[in-house]
Write a protein of this length. Sequence first.
Length: 86
Amino acid sequence: MAKEETVEPWLNDIACSGADPEVFFGGKNMVAFTIAMSMCTRCPVRQECLDWAMTSEDHTARPRHGIFGGLTPAQRDQLPDRTLPL
């Protein structure tokens, strides 16, 4: 079966497809955080996810939520050039 076309083509390749959104928006839930980070670590489009978050989210809004590109909002705030740390 062919993959369904999405608005952002890279979304077809996300490692978190089908995951419970609560995993990525669970706040201080460490179990959810660990699961999310494990999915992000192996995701082939992690940088694209981060790029989307960095250009789409309102950086003045507080609080911001969610793990994108394997990073929390606080971690994303620390990125000077919008790229994943090595």
